[in-house]
Design a binder for this molecule. Structure first.
Ligand code: 13P
Length: 342
């Protein structure tokens, strides 16, 4: 039996038109983004960056939960206050990424398998004691010639479900994140077909492993064409396709859907989420929310640039993106919101 506490947290994660802020980049991923932006790749700059994010004034008006990485959940602000305490004080629920990243899948060129089940229940209990209320595990699927393969889909779905049931046993809400990647020249329909096949298998595995769907949040990709596909559908077309494929594969009892941004521009991610909520919002069985990393953080990261003098401007940019996505949940986002920012 799933506890009422888990269901309440899952509800709170997608409540009030707010969303989730993914700030759980692993150290190598965070370093890559820092390198690209010309920021030193040190423990201290990662700490200062995360402190900048969590001290953004008013962030809790638009963000229900923040997903942290192991390094961050153990770090403190300049004044010694643990970052997790600052998050809770801002009215934001803390969560933690618990997968151990992806590895090449043996015998399956071009495909990846997510690792991290070994010792997971011990880690979940430790994170829970530290204050985390939910967790996240990401599986990725490339689209291409003959891929994603059945083997890759089954293996990753099995691991996602194994992770999810361990989370619920440890009292944490699992965010289940199967991501069909945008890299490549595949069409929007190919993305949709891969997304449907992946989601169907994920929900079969979740059911076999007795995961309570009302105590979880699904974090899928939007259904969009590959980044180098010559045909790029309109915002409304991608909104229609995303909802069409989700309705085919996602059971009604899932507590909420919080999209990843996957490398879309920040503005496009907001516009697509907005279109889905305008066109379908009230008729859908689940709320359509956001759990973006790049589409919330990227403009702020570029402004911050590792300089204490830029903190306020970077926080302003972060606040703005969080507000735009809150508006997109309400179907109130428009391109004019981008103009009045400065
Ligand atoms: P993006 O929104 O940048 O895709 O990141 C979401 C995430 O949590 C990836 O695991």
């Amino acid at each position: 039996m799933i506890s009422q506490q888990i269901i309440s947290v899952a509800k709170a994660m997608v409540a009030d038109d707010k969303g989730l802020l993914a700030m759980d980049e692993s150290t190598p991923t965070c370093n890559k983004r820092f390198e690209k932006a010309g920021i030193p790749q040190t423990v201290e700059s990662r700490r200062a960056y995360r402190e900048m994010i969590v001290t953004t004034p008013g962030l809790g008006k638009f963000i229900n939960g923040a997903i942290l990485y192991d390094e961050t959940i153990r770090q403190s602000g300049k004044d010694g206050t643990p970052l997790i305490k600052m998050i809770i004080a801002a009215g934001i629920i803390p969560g933690i990424k618990v997968d151990a990243g992806t590895k090449d899948m043996p015998g399956h060129p071009g495909e990846k398998i997510t690792e991290g089940l070994d010792g997971l229940s011990v880690r979940l209990r430790e994170y829970s004691k530290m204050g985390a209320c939910f967790a996240k595990w990401r599986a990725i699927f490339a689209v291409g010639d003959g891929i994603p393969s059945r083997d890759c889909i089954k293996a990753n779905a099995h691991a996602l479900a194994g992770y999810a049931v361990l989370c619920q046993e440890a009292g944490l809400v699992p965010i289940v994140e199967p991501e069909v990647l945008m890299d490549g020249s595949h069409t929007m329909e190919q993305c949709g077909e891969a997304t449907e096949e992946v989601l169907r298998e994920v929900f079969i595995q979740l059911s076999i492993q007795n995961v309570a769907l009302e105590g979880m949040v699904l974090k899928p990709n939007m259904v969009v064409p590959g980044l180098t596909c010559p045909v790029q559908e309109t915002v409304d077309e991608t909104a229609d396709a995303t909802v069409r494929y989700l309705l085919r594969a996602v059971p009604d009892s899932v507590q909420g859907i919080a999209f990843l941004s996957g490398g879309q521009s920040a503005e496009l991610a907001s516009a697509r989420l907005n279109a889905m909520n305008v066109r379908f919002g009230p008729q859908l069985p689940w709320p359509l929310a956001f759990s973006f990393a790049r589409a919330i953080q990227q403009p702020a990261l570029e402004i911050w640039h590792g300089e204490p003098a830029n903190v306020a401007a970077a926080q302003h940019a972060l606040y703005h993106r969080a507000r735009c996505n809150w508006a997109a949940r309400r179907g109130e986002y428009s391109a004019s919101m981008e103009k009045i920012r400065a």
